[in-house]
Design a binder for this molecule. Structure first.
Ligand code: PFF
Length: 494
């Protein structure tokens, strides 16, 4: 029997889980969603989703991996081999997200260099879209690739390779730097931006709730998907990381620390972004709402412009983009590690380095499409469909399988046996009824909306290919895999 990799210490496991959770989702995705959904209005559903969906599911994923001692596919197979497809679905979603996540990390790497002389000048929008991305008019025209982005993409995947090529050992060394460093850098930025004139207006925008917005289902759906994304749920990553723990590790405490660190850093990033936007609004006369509503481009269009208005702009910009890169790298390699675990569980004798090499190569090749001149459109579509369908669906199926097939009570008694803080029967209720019902409702709503109008107003072929096509492919692969697995070896004993 080949011995499973082990984290050198419990602290390093927490570092790795926090490193995976805290990423671009906190500093890039969270603030632009807050901006898109009107500031404080988003915060309330976000916190509710964290408490009632994110935290219970994180406990579920940690317990699944730790109890079964396998990655996502192996863990589901141990419950019942017909469920293996669900694990595979998570891993495939991981791969899909990694493909575009690496491209965003490549933009961040480029921006570190652009920061040296604030190369974006005064028209940051033109710089980002025309100079960096070389973006084409519509999703239907691809006029080549952005060479600097492709180059940085290659560097990103090489970095990922060297972070995980020796498995838990290399991850453990890297994580000791990439987990705390961005927090320190973010604190420096926070101290600087809090004292800018106009900062208070930004904070007011960020924190003032708008209860009217709570009636909008879309805001709730966005909050739930953001929770999945930010806590790395539904990707199989947390299952994989927990499987490298001894079976008696404290699950509830680990989930608590990971969730608190994640939300703490999202809030901190929110303060940095909105104090800066408050300042910029004062300088430029444009409202904070308008500045914040720039969507995914917030970090690369509005923020560089805001930073260049502040005294000490070069240093602040360098710090900001290094923060983004160090945040991104441990999330990106956790996604890759989940895919690697699938192959390791299947081929325990294969060389880890080879497996990782081929996954990084495949990752690089798949990412290329997002570096094309129409790449940003495909990125937006893929992000919407993978997070709204892939992850939420996998989370839903995981909850149903553990809640109903394995038995929520069964899992809860294991969790309580190894944890200092015990969880009550309400956890069973959440896993068996509340979470599945909420997720089914949300999925249904999004489905109806996406069927009735083409997402984002993009050409319908592109939504078919990068949206529905990916979702359909995911489902076909999962169902066929489950089918073939069910005809192979008998279930393993749990
Ligand atoms: N949680 C990461 C973030 O917030 O940026 C993104 C992510 C990493 C998602 C790893 C999923 C994952 F498995």
């Amino acid at each position: 029997m080949i011995k499973r990799d082990r984290w050198p210490s419990k602290t390093l496991f927490i570092f790795a889980a926090v490193g995976s959770a805290v990423g671009l989702g906190n500093v890039w995705r969270f603030p632009y969603l807050v901006g898109k959904y009107g500031g404080g209005a988003f915060l309330f559903p976000y916190l509710i989703a964290l408490f009632f969906v994110g935290f219970p599911l994180l406990i579920l994923e940690f317990s699944l991996g730790q109890k079964m001692q396998k990655g996502a596919v192996g863990s589901m197979r141990k419950i019942d081999r017909r469920l293996s497809g669900i694990g595979l679905g998570s891993v495939l979603s991981s791969f899909g997200v990694a493909a575009y996540y690496a491209v965003i990390m490549a933009w961040c790497l480029l921006y570190i260099f652009y920061s040296l002389d604030l190369q974006w000048g005064s028209d940051t929008k033109d710089f980002f879209f025309n100079h960096v991305l070389n973006v084409s008019e519509s999703a239907s025209t691809i006029e080549g690739f952005s060479t600097p982005v492709v180059f940085m993409l290659l560097i990103s995947w090489i970095m990922v390779y060297f972070c995980i090529w020796k498995g838990v050992n290399s991850v453990s060394s890297v994580i000791q730097v990439t987990m705390p460093l961005p927090i320190i850098l973010l604190s420096i930025l926070l101290v600087r931006t809090l004292f800018l004139p106009g900062a208070a207006d930004g904070i007011a925008f960020f924190l003032t709730p708008d209860f009217q917005a709570l009636l909008d289902v879309e805001v709730w759906m966005a909050a739930v998907t953001q929770i999945f994304f930010t806590l790395s749920l539904g990707f199989g990553v947390m299952i994989t990381y927990a499987s490298y723990q001894e079976k008696d590790n404290d699950i509830v405490l680990s989930a608590l620390i990971t969730s608190l660190a994640d939300i703490g850093i999202a809030l901190m990033a929110g303060f940095v972004v909105f104090t800066t936007l408050g300042y910029m609004s004062q300088e430029s006369g444009v409202s904070i709402k308008e500045l914040a509503a720039s969507g995914p481009a917030l970090a690369f269009v509005v923020f560089p412009k805001a930073l260049s208005l502040i005294p000490g702009a070069v240093l602040l910009s360098i710090i900001f983009f290094i923060t983004l890169v160090t945040l991104a790298i441990d999330s990106l390699f956790s996604l890759t590690e989940a895919v690697a675990a699938l192959f390791e569980d299947h081929f325990p004798r294969a060389s880890k380095k080879m497996i990782v090499f081929f996954i990084c190569l495949a990752g690089f090749l798949s990412s290329l499409v997002f570096t094309s001149t129409a790449g940003i459109y495909y990125l937006d579509i893929a992000d919407h469909f993978i997070t709204h369908y892939g992850l939420v669906l996998m989370g839903l199926l995981q909850a149903i399988c553990v809640g109903w097939v394995y038995g929520a009570e069964n899992m809860r008694s294991y969790i309580n046996r190894v944890s200092h803080f015990r969880i009550g029967r309400n956890w069973n209720l959440l896993i068996k009824y509340v979470i599945p019902l909420c997720l089914i409702t949300f999925l249904g709503q999004t489905f109806v909306k996406n069927i009735s109008e083409t997402y984002g107003g993009y050409p319908s072929w592109s939504v078919m290919a990068f949206g529905w096509g990916l979702v359909a492919l995911l489902l076909v692969i999962c169902v066929s895999y489950s089918y073939f697995q069910s005809r192979s070896k008998p279930n393993e004993q749990v």
